[in-house]
Design a protein around this ligand. Structure first.
Ligand SMILES: [Zn+2]
Length: 228
């Protein structure tokens, strides 16, 4: 079996597809590690995702129970649309999914997510608590450390800049912008600076590589200024 559907990052029913499970010799199907809105994790066959599989099994159980009770409200916890849930989903993606735009500066640099958080949104929420305000985001206290309770806190952008050795904000010729805004201003695709820091896949690949996203943005700015 050469090709298979890449479900990584998809939200199907209650499931968020996290990553593909390495295949065993006897497997005829491709299996995916999924996080269910109820807090459980489950392994689903790729061919069934979105066809017969929409949850860890909790959905069918609840639907049956609710039908007996005459109750049609079948949500478990009400967090799946919350900011905290989205933040948790994104940090898993950038650390664990090699296809994610930001993987080169997280997963590939060795930054990972502790097992407790990898497998459970509820554990993440229990440790971090609610995001205090709209200007707070998740901050790793040691910028080279992992996503784990001892290294994470909610912090404002100002607190993060003060804390961090490498910030997302880049100052060039008196203008300070975040990476996304620089790329937009310079007229490149948003993935451009991330691609410029990716490891080379083979010795044949001679395109220049940069040590950091900031160095890549500075190079893009330099090229932009050279344009007639
Ligand atoms: Zn479930």
């Amino acid at each position: 079996m050469a090709g298979f559907v890449d479900h990584t990052g998809k939200k199907v029913g209650r499931l968020l597809v996290m990553y593909r499970i390495p295949r065993q010799p006897k497997d005829r199907n491709v299996f995916w590690h999924c996080q269910c809105d109820c807090g459980n994790t489950t392994i689903a066959a790729g061919a069934n995702i979105g066809k017969t599989t929409f949850s860890c099994g909790c959905l069918a159980k609840e639907t049956a129970a609710n039908l007996l009770r005459g109750n049609t409200n079948n949500r478990t916890h009400h967090m799946s649309k919350s900011l905290e849930y989205r933040i948790w989903g994104k940090l898993l993606q950038r650390c664990l999914n090699p296809n994610n735009l930001k993987y080169p500066i997280y997963g590939e640099r060795g930054i990972t997510v502790c097992d407790r958080w990898k497998d459970s949104f509820e554990a993440f929420y229990a440790d971090m608590g609610p995001k205090p305000s709209s200007v707070h985001s998740i901050d790793r206290i040691n910028n080279n450390g992992n996503y784990e309770p001892s290294n994470c806190r909610w912090a404002t952008a100002g607190e993060q800049v003060r804390n961090r050795s490498v910030t997302n904000f880049i100052e060039i010729d008196g203008v300070t912008l975040c990476v996304a805004d620089w790329v937009k201003r310079l007229g490149f695709y948003k993935s451009k600076p991330y691609e410029m820091v990716k490891k080379r896949k083979s010795a044949k690949d001679k395109t220049p590589r940069f040590e950091s996203v900031e160095a890549a943005v500075r190079e893009l700015h330099r090229r932009h200024m050279l344009k007639p």
